[in-house]
Write a protein that binds this ligand. Structure first.
Ligand code: PLP
Length: 359
């Protein structure tokens, strides 16, 4: 029996995609082998990765002057790869809205002057700071954000004013949950295990002019965007099976009407939970309403004991991985694209019952 898995990541994938992959496991479309056993230089694999890129381009409307790279090392590898490739002046500005931005900022400090120009640490990252007029450094190579804060459940609903500097965004936990205007970014990247596919793949969308030979001295070959861009993400053996699953998820998203339809679906789905939280006398959301994420919903009862009891009883009822991040406590429901509306309805019914029993 499949459970409703509210994990922040790795997270639920569409059941149709998993079934299709299972059907193709032993013999991928007459090749007599699994995609796992296939040369990444084969014709069959070329079609898989090229179709994946084309479908991603059409979903996001990625212009021709952006490159799409399927890389390894997870989102965390990008914390170093970004400064190594982009810090020409050795200066960058970071907006600190949670753990992932903090980690990226700490990593960038290894390579140059990484300034924290705004932060919401004062209120446990429960909001997004006003970024309309920040003190952007005159010689900043880029401005960095974590667009959806997986742990704290906040999202930038408006992008910062970078005053002409390239915007770099970690979109790991909101990737393909709604349309985005790629032209507003220099680099968009995300680990795929939150909303798109199996861990191990990170997708980087980068504007052509930022893909250069001019990288920091000592940058390893494998950490240069240009080597991967010049080789169509096939410089070395890519995370081939993971990319194949991502490709299936792209097809699944297209069949569902693309990202405008996903946005509508995700808004309705999240509203079921947020509306309940706003009306509940026991549970409450921890984030400022205007900054709420559609993907990650943290909430608490106010009592550690009741929180623990809730997580225990929910797990027994097939609603799993609802425990909040260790730095926040309480609960967190991650409701990515593949979480069905019925899963959220089940959760809310369970919360209503729990509230009645523990009033
Ligand atoms: C999960 C996550 C990461 C880390 O991803 P890894 O693939 O484990 O390195 C980074 N940023 C955000 C926003 C995340 O949600």
């Amino acid at each position: 029996m499949r459970v409703y898995n509210f994990s922040a990541g790795p997270a639920m994938l569409p059941e149709e995609v998993l079934r299709e992959a299972a059907d193709e496991m032993l013999d991928y479309r007459g090749t007599g082998m699994s995609v796992m056993e296939m040369s990444h230089r084969s014709k069959a694999y070329a079609e898989i990765i090229e179709t994946a890129e084309a479908d991603l381009r059409s979903l996001l409307g990625i212009p021709d002057n952006y490159r799409v790279l399927f890389l390894q090392g997870g989102a965390s590898q990008q914390f170093a790869m970004i400064p190594m490739n982009l810090m020409k002046n050795r200066v960058a500005d970071y907006i600190i809205t949670g753990q992932w931005a903090k980690k990226a900022h700490a990593e960038a400090k290894l390579y140059g002057e990484a300034n924290a120009i705004a932060s919401s640490a004062d209120k446990t990252f429960s909001y997004i700071p006003d970024c309309s007029d920040l003190p952007i450094s005159a010689n900043a190579d880029y401005v960095y954000i974590c667009e959806n804060n997986t742990i704290y459940g906040t999202k930038f609903h408006e992008l910062p004013n970078t005053k002409g500097k390239p915007l770099v965004a970690d979109v790991s936990s909101c990737f393909l949950s709604e349309p985005m205007d790629v032209t507003r970014y220099g680099v968009v990247y995300g680990g795929v295990q939150k909303n798109i596919g199996p861990a191990g793949v990170v997708i980087v969308i980068i504007r052509d002019d930022l893909v250069t030979e001019d990288v920091l001295p000592g940058t390893p070959t494998m950490l240069r965007y240009k080597i991967h861009a010049d080789n169509g993400s096939l410089y070395n053996t890519p995370p081939a099976y993971g990319i194949y699953i991502c490709g299936k998820v792209f097809k699944w998203l297209k069949a569902r009407g693309g990202l405008p339809a996903m946005k509508e679906y995700n808004e309705k789905k999240a509203a079921i939970l947020y509306d309940y939280l706003d009306a509940s006398k026991l549970f409450r959301g921890t984030v400022e309403k205007k900054d709420r994420s559609l993907m990650n919903v943290p909430f608490v009862t106010g009592s550690d004991e009741l929180d623990a009891k809730f997580v225990r009883e929910a797990t027994a009822a097939g609603l799993v991985n609802l425990k909040g991040h260790r730095t926040v406590g309480g609960m967190r429901a991650s409701i990515y694209n593949a979480m069905p509306t019925e899963g959220v309805c089940e959760l809310v019914r369970f919360m209503e019952k729990f509230e009645a029993e523990n009033a």
